[in-house]
Write a protein that binds this ligand. Sequence first.
Ligand code: HEC
Ligand code: HEC
Ligand code: HEC
Ligand code: HEC
Ligand code: HEC
Ligand code: HEC
Length: 501
Amino acid sequence: MNQENKGNSYFTNWLSVIGGIFSVIMFAVNLFLVIQDFITKEGNPYLGVITYFLAPALLILGLAMTVFGAIRERSRRIKRGHVRRFPQIDFNNPTHQKIAFTTIGVSTLFFLFTILGLFRSYEFTESTTFCGKLCHKVMAPEYTAYHHSPHANVTCVECHIGPGAEWYVRSKFAGAYQVYSVIANRFSKPIKTPIKHLRPAQETCEHCHWPRQFYGAVEQDHQYFLPDEKNTEWKMRMLMFVGGGMPPYGKKEGIHWHMNIKSKVYYVATDEKRQVIPWIKSIGPDGKEKIYVDKESGFSADNPPQGEMRRMDCMDCHNRPSHTFKAPSAAVNEAIACGAIDKTLPYIKREAVKALVVEYPSHDEAKVKIREQLETFYKTEHPDVWAEKKKNISEAVKTTIDIYKTNFFPQMNVTWKVYPDNIGHFIFPGCFRCHDNKHEAADGKALTNECTVCHNIIEQGPPDATETNANGLEFKHPDQDVGEDAWKEMSCYECHTGDLA
Ligand code: HEC
Ligand code: HEC
Ligand code: HEC
Ligand code: HEC
Ligand code: HEC
Ligand code: HEC
């Protein structure tokens, strides 16, 4: 028997020793990080990456070094003429027993630890922190808007990935490419929509909102302020007919008719953003098919445009359920309505919107310039107000800056204009992409834009003199100078762009 083999393990070589020491250190570090992660509630994305990717990878590297060193040592010894031999294990030998028990114990611990680690890494990659914060420059607009949305407590993956292994794997492949494009700086600013491979809404949104749930009407309250000296207020209450789900809960008409379990709407858009829709097919619950074509587009019922024929789902109307970048006019209206901007400051609606629509290179620059612009206006145009209401002006400035920070992201070129919101028809075509009285079926019936099909106005006017009628009122345009009937001849979005118009 060769003397050198005895008591002289293959692991006694510098590579294995370094690997071993390194593994022990990494194991300790990793254990510490995992415990730390369990204790702290709000995870730090970078620490998460270290805990669940980097540290385990280094630990595995250490272990691999140890094993590799031993293998190399063994083949070296064989080359030097040592006998090829496996270690002899004798369970009657107390030393061997001890070694065996220790090995089993340590391996089991390590195995459990690995499972826990794998589970936590899965959880971590599914967390809002991971999705929203890790590449925070890229995701800042969506992440910020998300926190101000009704879905602030729904995780990103519940809409973007949904349940099931297939989509998890798909999303991780897509994610790996995204990480690459961020590192290589090859992503587009702003991120392009519509997202091409978004999971169908039936498998995401409908987990929480199912079509049968839609019936009756919901009320919407609006407060508007005109861009005049008094910031003249105009109030409007309307009932949105959100029904359309399924009997027995009510009539089968209503906005969610498109989503009725049995009715289907298909369409072909001619632009990437799905804003121009010349061709539509609807299949009613009775199976009857109807094709609507934009008379002016040159297409016909049996000659649809080239391109994807898309079945309409939730996202075709609710394309911004969680990332709404508010138009300045709407955001300032809201701020005045809730008192965050003082309504008695002359021209504050106009001036705040004007300060917001300027292009600034960064949030920091915007902060300085917005303050400067608003203060200069009151100092020079209304010195009496400046002297009397400095505190209110300062609050208005602060709110305007907050509006900017939560809705404008110059680093990603994101503003409200970039992502058309399809839910209404006020500043984007939305419903009027189809409901414009121009899309006709074979029987000559057009998709209507009759104001009372989708909602009823039940109250409108200046707050001290509103008219009310539970059965519905004809719309009155808040700015009388525009012309009594201008809104009947043109669509709202043709004049209203979200800033001052
Ligand atoms: C309520 C569902 C929902 C949640 C929750 C949600 N998203 Fe989205 N997200 C969407 C929809 C719908 C779109 C738009 C898809 C389209 O137009 O093609 C979108 C679009 C995006 C886009 C593309 C750019 C854009 O602004 O349209 C990014 C990036 C994004 N989401 C990131 C996130 C992140 C990060 C989170 C979590 C912090 C998150 N989302 C949470 C539904 C959601
Ligand atoms: C995990 C559950 C969940 C998922 C998935 C989900 N939502 Fe929601 N949604 C909610 C909750 C909770 C609310 C808030 C309800 C409230 O405020 O009363 C909500 C509110 C809404 C509202 C009402 C917003 C408002 O202003 O009151 C709309 C519209 C909506 N969701 C659309 C969607 C769409 C579209 C999707 C898919 C892209 C989706 N949701 C996915 C849970 C979810
Ligand atoms: C034809 C466009 C359209 C489609 C398609 C659509 N919705 Fe809506 N939905 C609306 C409108 C319009 C409202 C009312 C206005 C609002 O809430 O902004 C509304 C309201 C809602 C509300 C809040 C109303 C309530 O009853 O409290 C939820 C939640 C909602 N939709 C979810 C969905 C989901 C989920 C889908 C897909 C199954 C869907 N919608 C499909 C247009 C649509
Ligand atoms: C892709 C085209 C398209 C878009 C976009 C669209 N609709 Fe429709 N809508 C249709 C079609 C098609 C019908 C069915 C007409 C028919 O055949 O009776 C319809 C029917 C309706 C009905 C009447 C249901 C009934 O029969 O009583 C309402 C209400 C409605 N839509 C509201 C909306 C609202 C609100 C929006 C925007 C949030 C919207 N639609 C966006 C295509 C569209
Ligand atoms: C096809 C359905 C449909 C038709 C037709 C329609 N509307 Fe609307 N309208 C909507 C929806 C949906 C919203 C809600 C958007 C939202 O929730 O933000 C809306 C919102 C509004 C608002 C509030 C705008 C805002 O965002 O502050 C006014 C005002 C309004 N509609 C007036 C009209 C008038 C006037 C007509 C007739 C010329 C009309 N609508 C026709 C679907 C319709
Ligand atoms: C011919 C152009 C034109 C058309 C069409 C038009 N508006 Fe206006 N509207 C204006 C102007 C100009 C103002 C005053 C400036 C401002 O506040 O935006 C105004 C003001 C308003 C305001 C109050 C200010 C605010 O907060 O935005 C509302 C609400 C409004 N319009 C709703 C509508 C609706 C709804 C429609 C479609 C049914 C419509 N307008 C169609 C030009 C138009």
